[in-house]
Design a binder for this molecule. Structure first.
Ligand SMILES: Nc1ncnc2c1ncn2[C@@H]1O[C@H](COP(=O)(O)OS(=O)(=O)O)[C@@H](OP(=O)(O)O)[C@H]1O
Ligand SMILES: [Mg+2]
Ligand SMILES: [Mg+2]
Ligand SMILES: [Mg+2]
Length: 325
């Protein structure tokens, strides 16, 4: 039986898998060549290559769909970055033979949507770029938003173990369609997908928390205070990227806290759309720190939300209460 968004799910899955290949290739070869953006955050050959491939795939499959992606090709067009541009073009051509630099830059710039649309994709070609540079966790995050609701999510986590068992393969793809549950399957090979669910833990003192590695992205001192109020004794697991959502969705952690470090920072929608649907479809709950649902209708940021809290659902009210102090 076919369902709405079957094709979108299949295309999104294929797109993030192909992007994971370029990320791994860039890491495997000669270092990722980070370039500092205007806000001083890093972007690499792999971020650009991933965005180029995914935008090309989406444009071919859904020509009318706009894409709101994190990166753009402006820096790559500057003469001082000709070396990076040539590497991006070469990495893209290694996967899509015959692609020239102008074509690759044009694909990157397909992700230039900057305002809300009734139907659009949002893409983080590498979420957790700092994790990618450290050789730790990162994710390729793609989501389809229709009428302000996330309908489809695909999240590739190339360094996440599918089953945290020693024998589990490294690299996972998480998929979700609203109303149809969430699944995981290995990034490599063609193993079957299996459904995932959040944990059923309801004792807050035993909650397993996870948070960002970077203290600039989430206030570690405040999450420690929240943990103390809940009576949690285990230290939080720190991992980069939307791998945190995947960890909660698979029941390996119970709570993801992302607490604002500055009053003026607005979360970007591509940092949350895919992960939030995957947790919700695995049976969990995602809100901001005030307990409000995330609002994806306001353009590129979650302008009416502060921070993010994702839990297994059962613990959500207790966590929001603990956040109130
Ligand atoms: N001040 C501040 N507060 C909150 N979030 C911020 C902030 N600055 C940046 N960012 C965004 O954080 C994204 C990475 O988040 P992570 O959870 O992966 O951080 S961490 O690497 O685990 O520390 C990161 O995504 P990528 O750029 O895709 O890596 C940024 O969009
Ligand atoms: Mg970034
Ligand atoms: Mg990101
Ligand atoms: Mg990114």
């Amino acid at each position: 039986m076919s369902h709405p968004f079957d094709r979108e799910r299949e295309v999104a899955s294929r797109a993030v898998r192909e992007a994971a290949r370029i990320c791994r290739a860039v890491r495997g070869k000669h270092g990722p060549d980070p370039v500092a953006k205007g806000d001083k955050s890093p972007v690499t050959v792999a971020d650009f290559g991933s965005q180029a491939l995914i935008c090309a795939t989406l444009a071919a499959a859904f020509p009318g769909d706009p894409i709101m992606a994190e990166e753009d090709a402006a820096e790559l067009r500057k003469p001082e970055h000709a070396g990076v541009r040539d590497r991006v073009a070469a990495e893209v051509a290694a996967i899509r033979a015959g692609t020239d630099a102008e074509t690759a830059l044009g694909w990157i710039d397909l992700g230039d949507l900057d305002r809300f649309e009734p139907r659009f994709w949002t893409l983080d070609p590498i979420d957790g770029t700092k994790g990618f540079l450290r050789g730790e966790q990162y994710a390729i995050a793609l989501a389809l938003i229709v009428e302000g609701r996330v309908e489809v999510a695909a999240l590739a986590c190339p360094n996440l173990e599918v089953s945290r068992l020693a024998s589990g393969p490294v690299g996972a793809v998480f998929l979700a369609v609203r109303g149809r549950g969430a699944t995981v399957c290995p990034l490599d090979g063609d193993d079957v997908e299996r459904p995932i669910t959040v944990s059923d833990r309801d004792d807050p003192t035993r909650a397993r928390l996870c948070e960002s590695v970077e203290s600039g992205h989430s206030a570690h001192n405040e999450s420690a205070a929240v943990a103390a109020r809940l009576g949690v004794t285990e230290p939080p697991v720190r991992l980069d990227s939307q791998a945190k959502y995947a960890t909660v969705a698979s029941g390996l952690a119970d709570v993801y806290l992302r607490l604002p470090t500055r009053a003026d920072y607005r979360e970007r929608i591509w940092d949350h759309a895919a992960g939030a649907l995957i947790v919700a479809e695995a049976g969990g709950t995602v809100t901001d720190v005030d307990g409000k649902p995330l609002d994806f209708t306001l353009g590129s940021t979650l302008a009416s939300n502060r921070g993010v809290v994702a839990t297994n659902g059962r613990l959500h009210p207790r966590v929001i209460e603990a956040l109130r102090g």
